[in-house]
Design a protein around this ligand. Structure first.
Ligand SMILES: [Mn+2]
Length: 315
């Protein structure tokens, strides 16, 4: 049977959850996607095309959530796949609207955790590779990376490497390679080290440049950091650095293409609530993202837009 694994391109959890799925289905094809209607459309077009070519197949979608803007698109696409005798297993831990949960559950096998303390790799481990030592370790590492807990237990260079590959012209191949290696228990090797060494040189320079744009503003009773990040800066780790070096409760990081990342240093703030005031905003309580309405070149307007989103969310 033909098996296709579709996972989140963004981070360690996306990569490692795909690795665990690949351990279960070693002949599967793996590809990566991000949020947004355009990206989901791309994923479904590919799956539909494949289901037309080969009857009887299985799709495993991992670490991607269904939000309101893609519910109908998702329903139509899964229906199409089922008609071609494909089945869908969907493994995720993002918050889904109730409507999405009930409708997708009717069509696909949904492994969804809404507790907010499990990552997709852990769900995948339980579902497919329970008691397998490699899969278990991948789950632990992805957990540390996703929730930024026990950070010393995992090698954060992997997060940076994934970030670097996403900026690479052959991102697809690089990420697939990473999945292949980690599914056989290789979490770091000479190739990765070489790529990393190249990346970190530029990244350190860009981190310093990003730091120069840092502005800390008091909003309500919180210290909110606004910072512009350059492409080679991995936002989660950079936010973590900010939290340990400055007195900050919340970090809003934006990039030159208008992407926004939101990270918190206190559970009194909901990152997903702030994201809900942005375009294509979504994510978790503890980490979320979205896009700017204003042109990223217009610094003043972007600042105002971001501040408004924080103010509204903290009301
Ligand atoms: Mn995840």
């Amino acid at each position: 049977m033909r098996v296709i694994i579709c996972s989140h391109e963004a981070d360690v959890d996306g990569i490692y959850s795909a690795s665990v799925a690949l351990m279960k289905y070693p002949d599967a094809d793996v590809s990566f996607y991000n949020y947004g209607v355009d990206n989901f459309t791309k994923m479904y077009e590919y799956l539909k095309y494949e289901s037309k070519k080969t009857r009887n197949g299985l799709v495993i979608i991992s670490d991607l959530g269904v939000n309101n803007e893609v519910i109908d698109l998702t329903k139509d696409s899964i229906e199409y796949l089922i008609k071609n005798r494909w089945s869908v297993i969907w493994v995720d831990h993002h918050p889904w609207p109730r409507k999405a949960l009930t409708s997708i559950r009717k069509m696909a096998h949904l492994v969804h955790d809404s507790s907010g303390n499990k990552c997709a790799t852990e769900l995948m481990y339980k579902k497919f590779m329970y008691k397998n030592k490699i899969a278990e370790q991948l789950g632990l590492n992805a957990h540390s990376s996703d929730f930024m807990t026990n950070i010393k237990n995992y090698d954060s260079r992997v997060s940076e490497l994934i970030h670097s590959y996403r900026n690479n012209s052959d991102a697809k191949e690089k990420l697939k390679n990473l999945v292949l290696k980690s599914s056989s228990g290789i979490l770091w090797d000479a190739d990765m080290q070489r790529d990393y060494t190249k990346f970190i040189k530029i990244s350190e320079i860009q981190k310093r440049a990003s730091l120069k744009t840092l502005a800390i503003k008091k909003i309500r009773s919180f210290n909110v950091a606004f910072v512009f990040t350059y492409p080679y800066v991995q936002t989660s780790l950079f936010a973590q650095e900010l939290f340990s070096n400055f007195k900050i409760d919340l970090a809003i990081l934006s990039s030159r293409n208008g992407k926004v990342s939101i990270r918190r240093n206190t559970d009194k703030i909901s990152c997903s609530k702030i994201a809900s005031y942005l375009i294509e905003g979504g994510g978790h309580e503890y980490a979320s993202g979205g896009k700017l309405k204003n042109d990223a070149g217009n610094f003043k307007a972007c600042m105002a837009e971001l501040q408004q989103a924080v103010i509204k969310a903290l009301e």
